[in-house]
Design a protein around this ligand. Structure first.
Ligand code: FAD
Ligand code: UDP
Length: 396
């Protein structure tokens, strides 16, 4: 139990845990973590399902990948990783294709074998209807990069479902680069390091918090007036909750997409033969199906025979009480965010970080890297040398 904390961290996701761990282990500070959920770990949290023995990522599949040497060295202090390499497939009109777009997809979609050069020429011809420089929206940009047939099959329906907006009304920026590989490489990520935590995400997250200088209080909302009054202005705070909520939504709510996850146990050993299958047909209401057993083939012997666990993802705009998952980032959001950044920079003794505190989509390795850099640039200089504990460019 930490009495008189030197630092309060709000939120126990990867950002908050990394910061707390560094301060506790390297600076010997007493750190109190406040978490409003009933568990630690933020969105990376997972549980082993009692009926099947399968690890379920409770907030959607989390695949760890990074090319950042410092992050890789750091995360390996808390967990070993399997050699899992993520592959994604996409279902369209009763056929399954290998994503991201590659020679296997092009050959099966057009029903013919192509050499890499033949495929390149085919896509260039199909994409020639619009020039990339003239593309005014997501649809035009995508067609200018991959051509209309592939766009209509794999992008149009999926994107409309995921963003609940017609692709002609979405910004061209969303699809800055649509990779087409003219070979059979179907690894989803290009990073140097990739894998899944051997004992699961929660064991990894718990090890980060397992330090005598760290206390985690669950089910505590920092924005609860009583809690707020106890700590605000009295102790340095790193806040990783939503920046708009911190300021009582004074500049308006920032918009987010959320995902509804529908979990089902099916009476078969194997439902789809792989971890993730996108539903590219527009009439299928969900965006993808996740079958978690395939993320850990090395655990097959421990799973219940004759059962598997499948999760379907449905994407929609987040309302006030929903979990915010992906920042929508409209022009209006960006305007509000600038105002919140000004407020954050003026807030004494509070640093804002993480994906909710900065309104940025951050992969796990990015959240960890960003926390390490806040530690180096703001937190350590304060505690070691008396530098001011203050934001400036949010988590910059
Ligand atoms: P979070 O994990 O969101 O943690 C913030 C914590 O703060 C939460 O636990 C929240 O309850 C708590 N909190 C908020 N407000 C308060 C308050 N007022 N008081 C107390 N506590 C509060 N990344 C990858 O690298 N690979 C993937 O495959 C991947 N898949 C993803 C899939 C989905 C559907 C989503 C949504 C994200 C995915 N991510 C993935 C991103 C990953 O989840 C983030 O990188 C990570 O969550 C960032 O950590 P964080 O600490 O910034 O935020
Ligand atoms: N996308 C698509 N079809 C697919 C997969 C992706 O149109 O089969 C588009 C879609 O607009 C999506 C974006 O690419 O929002 C990024 O997809 P990705 O799967 O990389 O991101 P995730 O949704 O998993 O974060």
């Amino acid at each position: 139990m930490v009495t008189q904390p030197d630092l309060v961290v709000v939120g126990s996701g990867f950002f908050g845990l990394t910061l707390a761990e560094r301060c506790a282990a390297e600076l010997d500070l007493k750190v109190l973590i406040l978490e409003r959920r009933p568990h630690i770990g933020g969105n990376a949290y997972s549980e082993f399902d009692a009926e099947t023995g399968i690890e379920v990522h409770k907030y959607g599949t989390h695949l760890f990948h990074t090319s950042n040497e410092r992050v890789w060295e750091y995360v390996n202090r808390f967990t070993a990783f399997t050699n899992y390499q993520h592959k994604v497939f996409g279902k369209f009109k009763g056929q399954v294709y290998s994503l991201p777009m590659n020679l296997a997809l092009i050959n099966s979609f057009f029903g013919k074998s192509h050499t890499p050069d033949e495929a390149r020429a085919l896509i260039a011809e199909q994409a020639s209807e619009i020039s990339t420089e003239d593309a005014k929206n997501l649809e035009e940009k995508a067609i200018s990069l991959i051509g209309r047939p592939l766009y209509e099959a794999f992008i149009k329906g999926y994107t409309a479902k995921q963003w609940q907006t017609d692709p002609t009304e979405l910004s061209a920026e969303i699809i800055t680069r649509l990779p087409v590989r003219y070979n059979f490489d179907n690894r989803y990520f290009n990073d140097k390091y990739e894998g899944l935590p051997v004992d699961g995400y929660t064991a990894w997250l718990q090890r980060m918090a397992d330090h005598p200088n760290i206390e985690v209080r669950l089910n505590v909302d920092f924005l609860d007036p009583e809690v707020n009054a106890e700590f605000k202005g009295k102790v340095p705070i790193v806040y990783t909750g939503p920046v708009d909520e911190y300021f009582g939504n004074s500049e308006g709510r920032l918009s987010w997409r959320t995902v509804d996850l529908e979990q089902e146990i099916l009476p078969v050993d194997d439902y789809q033969g792989t971890g993730v299958v996108n539903a590219n047909d527009p009439e299928v209401p969900f965006t993808r199906e996740l079958e978690f057993r395939h993320l850990h083939p090395e655990r097959e012997a421990s799973y219940t025979k004759g059962k598997t666990l499948v999760v379907r993802e449905y994407s929609r705009f987040a309302e006030a009480d929903d979990e915010p998952y992906y920042p929508i980032n409209t022009a209006e959001d960006r305007e509000k965010l600038l105002k919140y950044r000004d407020l954050a920079n003026k807030e004494p003794m509070v640093l804002f970080g993480g994906r909710l505190g900065t309104y940025k989509y951050l992969d796990m390795h990015m959240a960890i890297a960003s926390a390490l850099s806040m530690y180096d640039n703001k937190v350590k200089p304060h505690f070691a040398d008396g530098a001011e504990f203050k934001s400036g460019g949010v988590d910059a």
